[in-house]
Design a protein around this ligand. Structure first.
Ligand SMILES: [Zn+2]
Length: 99
């Protein structure tokens, strides 16, 4: 009976930058269809927009975004990004581009 509660947030996270993807912000595959796991900042036409991005750079950019735009403290942002971003599909293999 408690099962449905587990579904709480029906949110999609970009598997590259970890940001939530809202409708209209999905990336695109080569055939123009929606890329369900990537946002349009990271992934367009079947390829990463910044193939040179590294895990370190992504974490640094994310910390900057969170402290500037979302008003996280440096510490909070650092803890969060280090716990979330390395788990994302793009980075789990240890390096980028491992779609
Ligand atoms: Zn993204």
């Amino acid at each position: 009976m408690a099962n449905e509660k587990e579904q709480k947030e029906h949110q999609v996270r970009c598997q590259s930058c970890g940001q939530r993807i809202f409708p209209g912000y999905f990336g695109t595959e080569q055939d123009g269809s929606e890329a369900k796991e990537w946002c349009k900042m990271c992934y367009l036409n079947g390829a990463f927009t910044d193939p040179d991005m590294t895990l370190e750079k992504m974490i640094a950019a994310s910390i900057r975004f969170m402290t500037h735009n979302l008003k996280f403290s440096d510490e909070q942002a650092e803890v969060l990004t280090h716990s979330v971003i390395p788990q994302l599909k793009r980075w789990r293999g240890g390096h980028g581009n491992g779609k």
